[in-house]
Design a protein around this ligand. Structure first.
Ligand code: ADP
Length: 283
C-alpha cells in the first residue's frame, strides 16, 4: 500500500515537472520568436536608408567622374588634393556600405531561416548558368581586391532543384570570404558530378585556416582569432559560413572545408541530383 502511495506521489511530481518544462519551453519559443521578429524588423529598417545612402554615393561618384573631373583645373595643387581625397572618401563610403548591406542580408536570412518563416522555393536550376551569374555578380569585388576568379564547370551537369536566391547567397558568402582572406592570387570555382551529387568547390590562395579551427568555422558567430590574415580581413561577425551551412543543410547537401595555413582554403558543398521519375507508360 505504501509503495502504491509513493508511486502516485511520484507520478504527480513527474506530471508537475513536465508541465513546468512545457511552460518554460513555450516561454523560450516566444522569446526566440520575439528575437527573430526584432532582428528582422531592424534589418528591414536599416536596409531602406542604407540603399538610399549607397545609391546617392554612387550617383555622386558617377557625377564627379563624368562632369567634375573633365572640367577641373588639375594644375591647381589644392584642387587636385581635394579631388583625390573626395574620391578616396567616397570609395570608403561605398565599400563600408556594401559590407553593411551584406551583413544586413545575412541577418535577415538568419532570422527567416531560424524562425522557420523562410519560404523555400523549389526551382529547377542549371548550375552552370548559376555559376555564370555568380561570376558576374562577384567580379567587381574580386577585381577591386586585385585578384582573379575563374570557373571550371563539367559539361552537361544535370539540373538540381533548390532556392536560387539562397544558393546564390552561399556562393556570394564563400567568394566574399575568399576575397577577404586572400592578399594575392586567384579564386577558382569548380562544379562536377560525383555519384548522385554535384560537388562544388571554391578554392583560394589566401591565408588559410588553422586545422583546429576548421570544424568550428561553420558555427554561429565563430571567427578564427587571431586571424592568419591579420585583422584587416577579419571584419565580419562570424555569420557567413553559419548561413551557408543552414542553407545547404536545407537542400540536403553537405558543406565542409579543407585548408593549409599560408597556402589557401577550399570550401566544398554538395547538391543532391533529383532522382528521375520512372517512366511507367510501357509497363
Ligand atoms: P565572417 O563573416 O566573420 O567572415 P564567416 O562565418 O564567413 O564569418 O567565417 C568564419 C571565419 O572563418 C572567419 O572569421 C575566418 O577567420 C574564417 N574563414 C572563412 N573563410 C575563409 C577563407 N576563405 N580563408 C581563410 N579564412 C576563412
Amino acid at each position: 500500500r505504501s509503495i502504491k502511495l509513493k508511486n502516485v506521489a511520484l507520478e504527480s511530481m513527474v506530471l508537475e515537472r513536465t508541465k513546468e518544462l512545457d511552460r518554460a519551453n513555450a516561454q523560450l519559443r516566444q522569446a526566440d520568436e520575439m528575437k527573430s521578429n526584432f532582428i528582422s524588423m531592424v534589418s528591414h529598417e536599416i536596409r531602406t536608408p542604407l540603399g538610399a545612402i549607397l545609391g546617392f554615393a554612387e550617383l555622386i561618384s558617377d557625377k564627379i567622374e563624368r562632369i567634375v573631373l573633365p572640367n577641373l583645373d588639375l594644375n591647381d595643387k589644392k584642387v587636385q588634393k581635394a579631388t583625390e581625397r573626395i574620391g578616396r572618401n567616397l570609395n570608403i563610403i561605398l565599400a563600408e556600405g556594401d559590407r553593411l548591406s551584406a551583413l544586413v542580408d545575412n541577418l535577415l536570412n538568419i532570422s527567416k531561416i531560424e524562425s522557420g518563416k523562410m519560404d523555400w522555393r523549389n526551382e529547377l536550376l542549371d548550375i552552370s548558368e548559376l555559376i555564370e551569374q555568380i561570376l558576374l555578380i562577384t567580379k567587381p569585388i574580386v577585381t577591386k581586391a586585385g585578384l582573379t576568379i575563374q570557373a571550371d564547370v563539367e559539361a552537361d551537369l544535370p539540373k538540381v532543384t533548390g532556392d536560387k536566391d539562397m544558393l546564390t547567397q552561399v556562393f556570394v558568402n564563400l567568394i566574399s570570404n575568399a576575397v577577404k582572406f586572400t592578399k594575392a592570387g586567384w579564386i577558382k570555382i569548380c562544379a562536377k558530378r560525383s555519384g548522385h551529387e554535384i560537388l562544388v568547390s571554391i578554392e583560394d590562395t589566401g591565408a588559410g585556416i588553422p586545422e583546429a579551427h576548421l570544424p568550428k568555422v561553420f558555427d554561429r558567430f565563430y571567427k578564427v582569432e587571431p586571424s592568419p590574415a591579420g585583422n584587416k580581413g577579419n571584419t565580419g561577425i562570424g555569420l557567413g559560413l553559419y548561413i551557408c551551412a543552414q542553407i545547404i543543410e536545407k537542400h540536403k547537401g553537405k558543406i565542409w572545408a579543407e585548408s593549409q595555413v599560408g597556402k589557401g582554403s577550399t570550401f566544398y558543398f554538395t547538391y543532391q541530383i533529383p532522382m528521375p521519375l520512372r517512366d511507367t507508360t510501357d509497363e
